[in-house]
Every structure is written in structure tokens, then in C-alpha cells.
Design a protein around this ligand. Structure first.
Ligand code: ASP
Length: 318
């Protein structure tokens, strides 16, 4: 672990707000620790790491995998876990993000896991709270634990994160998963190819240090990993694709397109999947290639590692 610790220092605590700014040593150390948590998670976890600490999940957007895996990770480490969704909270009555945060602060939460539809929400909370803040997805900005769990999954299959060719395909424009993965994979020395219809590519994508493609065949040729992204209709004011059928034809991953990648290419998807839109069901379920379920398991191990790393200062201070 780099001497300065994991994550970014804001105020008195360290936070995980994004992958941008993490160096290869920090990423490697987090993945190494997560590796040890894979078996500890299967055995029920070391319950003393966060004993007496409070973990709050604050989700302003829908989530299945991320929220439940943070909950499980916290419980495996012995934390008291509180889940708050906006329905049923004062947020539904119009309370601002900062007011909600200050209320939580008064309750002495140690770690706040937050998902919000505004980019920058997690960074804002990190400035206002005494808790360590973990970004569980902020708008189209970043989703750092997703990139870490993707990296752990890739590394377990390929043994390295260097010199790989990773094709990230689909709705790149709205994807925080894509942004966090671009930072992580390029930091670790892999090549990233983005592939999307022109309407779903962010302006200035080429400046991110990646190859940009609109032709899926070129993007997939010889790839080690094919990472598919969901069409994020909830972030689209108007229609960005002519029809789901046409989108699948040109940008959906089916067996014929996958055949262009390396014979042992990994197929990944952060979930939730739109089967038949960005990925064919048969490809998603083909365990020769698909590691989609393994990504979910690695999510718990990675989140245990991140919680452990961000609460080390509390253990030192007792
Ligand atoms: N679950 C991921 C996220 O929250 C990907 C997605 O929703 O498509 O960003």
C-alpha cells in the first residue's frame, strides 16, 4: 500500500470518490486485500474488523447488487448496517442532500455509502461529513467499486491487468461504470477500446487515452475482455437509438460478434442486463465466456476490502 493510504483525503477522513487519482500501487493493494476476502466472505467473514462501527447505505437511485453487497460486506466485517432509501425518508419530503447528510452526521455514522443521480454528490458529502464516504455511483461520473470488482474478476482469469485489450461497448455516454473502468484499466497498463453509436459516445472520448470505435467488429477484434453496458434509458431525455431491434443488430453482443474476440475472451456486464438489447441471452449465460455472476461475488470481496481500508485509521485511534 502506498504510504499515504487508500483513497482521497478530504477533511479528517479518507474517502473513495472515484478511481481517478488512485495510483497503480493503491489499486493493486486493494485488489490483493480483496483476494483474501473472497474466502473469508465464503466463511462468514472476520466480524471484528468493523465491530462497533456504523455503515449507512444512502441510495437515491435504484440498486440491487451494489446496495446488497455493501450491506453484506459490512455485516461480514461486523458493522451495524443501516439502509436508507429516499422513498420513506425525509428526502421524499424535500430535504436537501446536505440537510440529510448533516442529520446523519449527528448520528455518528462511520462510513457512508452513497448513490445519487448527480455527478459530484459523493464529493460534496465528503466535504460536509465526518464519515468516510464511498461513492456507489454518482450520475454519469464514477462507480469506483464496480471498476475494482471488474478488475479483480479480470485479474483472476488473466493473472494480470497489464497489456490486455478491453472493449467497453454500449451506452458509454451515460455510464459511470465505463468512466471508472477507463481510469483503472489505463492506469494499470491495459488498452481500452470504446464502442458505441456516435450518439452514445461522450464528446472528447479520444482524449481519455482510449481507442474509439463505432463499428463493433473492429472494437471486438482480438479483445481479451468484452464489457457490455446497459442502455440507460432513465438518463435519456429523448431517444438516442432508432429502435431496440436495430441497436441489438449493430451493437448487441451475440455469438457471431463474440467470435471476433480472442477464443477465450471474457464477457462482462455490470448489471442490470437488458437481455436481447445489449446482450444476447445465450451469450450472457454461456459460462465458457461469461463471468457476470462471478463479478457479483467479487463485488462483496472488493467492498469488504474497501471498507477495511477506509476504517483502518479508526482502528489505529482506539
Ligand atoms: N449498476 C450500474 C450502475 O449503477 C450499471 C447500470 O446501472 O447500468 O451504474
Amino acid at each position: 500500500m502506498a504510504e499515504h493510504g487508500f483513497g482521497r483525503q478530504v477533511g479528517r477522513r479518507r474517502h473513495l470518490l472515484g478511481i481517478a487519482g488512485l495510483d497503480p500501487g493503491q489499486i493493486r493493494a486493494a485488489l490483493d486485500l480483496a483476494e483474501t476476502y473472497i474466502s473469508l466472505n465464503r466463511q462468514g467473514g472476520p466480524r471484528d474488523v468493523m465491530r462497533g462501527r456504523t455503515l449507512m447505505n444512502l441510495f437515491f437511485e435504484a440498486s440491487t447488487r451494489t446496495r446488497t453487497s455493501f450491506e453484506l460486506a459490512g455485516k461480514r466485517l461486523g458493522a451495524d448496517v443501516i439502509n436508507m432509501t429516499t422513498a420513506g425518508s425525509s428526502v421524499a419530503k424535500g430535504e436537501t442532500l446536505i440537510d440529510t447528510a448533516m442529520t446523519l452526521n449527528a448520528m455518528h455514522v462511520d462510513v457512508l455509502v452513497v448513490r445519487h443521480d448527480q455527478s459530484g454528490a459523493a464529493a460534496l458529502l465528503a466535504q460536509k461529513l465526518d464519515a468516510a464516504v464511498i461513492n456507489a455511483g454518482d450520475g454519469t461520473h464514477e462507480h469506483p467499486t464496480q471498476a475494482l470488482l471488474d478488475a479483480l474478476t479480470i485479474r483472476r482469469h488473466r493473472g494480470t491487468l497489464e497489456n490486455l485489450t478491453v472493449a467497453i461497448c454500449g451506452d458509454v455516454l451515460h455510464s459511470r461504470v465505463a468512466r471508472s473502468n477507463i481510469h483503472l484499466l489505463t492506469t494499470m497498463g491495459s488498452r481500452v477500446r470504446l464502442c458505441a453509436p456516435p450518439t452514445l459516445l461522450p464528446a472528447g472520448a479520444a482524449r481519455l487515452g482510449v481507442e474509439v470505435h463505432t463499428d463493433m467488429r473492429a472494437a471486438l477484434k482480438g479483445a481479451d475482455v468484452v464489457m457490455m453496458l446497459r442502455l440507460q434509458r432513465e438518463r435519456m431525455g429523448s431517444s438516442f437509438v432508432p429502435s431496440a431491434r436495430e441497436y441489438f443488430r449493430f451493437y448487441g453482443l451475440d455469438a457471431a460478434k463474440l467470435a471476433l474476440a480472442k477464443p477465450d475472451a471474457l464477457v462482462m456486464h455490470p448489471g442490470p442486463m437488458n437481455r436481447g438489447i445489449e446482450i444476447d441471452s445465450a451469450v450472457a449465460d454461456d459460462l465458457q465466456h461469461s463471468v457476470i455472476q462471478e463479478q457479483v461475488e467479487m463485488g462483496v470481496a472488493v467492498r469488504m476490502a474497501v471498507l477495511d481500508l477506509l476504517t483502518r485509521d479508526l482502528r489505529r485511534n482506539v
